[in-house]
Write a protein that binds this ligand. Structure first.
Ligand code: KIV
Length: 264
């Protein structure tokens, strides 16, 4: 497999090929996922919950993220590596470029930030300085206290239209990828149709350009509970590499997510 870049993912969207993405936090899993043919690995700040046993992602620091990004980068040959910017590490544009630099120097090829139009200037600044950006809309877990819990977002028409508008502004600012988390299937489709950069869904329905799962959910070893939008691929295969290969093929042929994994 050739090295995967942001251009590869954009071409996949144009060709209607589904993108498979998973989280990883260390070199061994990253190597296995890379060899299985995953298109992108996110070192998610979900590590606060699945590795550290926290109730949410807020305690995660940029030092934690840089440490795990370096570990993943050591295991990867071809997969695109996305480093997640933790809570309050991009509250200002200055903080964003200082902290994004730490993830890029640890081996990321792109950084991810949660939020809508308020990120426009920050995205422009990072992209102009050579740091590709993945944006993240919907249930953005760093805002769990604003949402009053981990709740599906964008169910009413005004909020849905607002999210479509934010997606367009993030693309115009230079974002090259967009994660959509826990939104109705119809909104996942509307956003994916409205922008030309790839959308990667998690609980966002079948019509996004790709899917992402937290590796612990995909392998049925989650610390707390199994979210509705996930599936245990290890149960069907009994082997971690085969489980990830099955995940990739089920995303590719449209069997995952199934109707039991989506929100209306
Ligand atoms: O932190 C994370 O793992 C994420 C994914 C769930 C998209 O942001």
């Amino acid at each position: 497999m050739a090295k995967i870049t942001t251009s590869t993912l954009i071409k996949m969207k144009q060709n209607g090929e589904k993108i498979s993405t998973i989280t990883a936090y260390d070199a061994s899993f990253a190597k296995l996922f890379d060899q299985a043919g995953i298109h992108a690995i996110l070192i998610g700040d979900s590590l606060g919950m699945v590795l550290q046993g926290e109730n949410d992602t807020l305690p995660v620091t940029i030092e934690h993220m840089a440490y795990h990004t370096k570990s993943v980068a050591n295991g990867v040959e071809n997969t695109l590596i996305i480093g997640d910017m933790p809570f309050m590490s991009y509250a200002t544009t200055e903080q964003a470029y200082v902290n994004a630099t730490k993830l890029m120097q640890a081996g990321a090829s792109m950084v991810k930030m949660e939020g809508g139009a308020w990120l426009v200037d920050t995205i422009k600044c990072l992209v102009e300085r050579g740091i590709p950006v993945c944006a993240h809309l919907g249930l953005t877990p760093q805002s769990v206290n604003v949402f009053g819990g981990f709740k599906v977002q964008g169910r009413d028409a005004d909020k849905a239209n607002e999210m479509i508008e934010h997606a367009k502004q993030l693309e115009a600012a230079g974002a090259q990828l967009l994660v959509l988390e826990c939104i109705p299937t119809s909104l996942g489709k509307a956003i994916s149709d409205a922008i030309s950069i790839p959308t990667i869904g998690i609980g966002a329905g079948k019509d996004t350009d790709g899917q992402i799962l937290v590796m612990h959910d995909a392998l049925g070893i989650s610390y707390s509970y199994m979210p509705k939008f996930s599936r245990n691929f290890l149960i069907d295969t009994g082997d971690i590499k085969k489980a990830v290969e099955l995940y990739i093929s089920e995303v590719s042929n449209g069997n995952f997510p199934g109707s039991e994994h989506i929100f209306e």
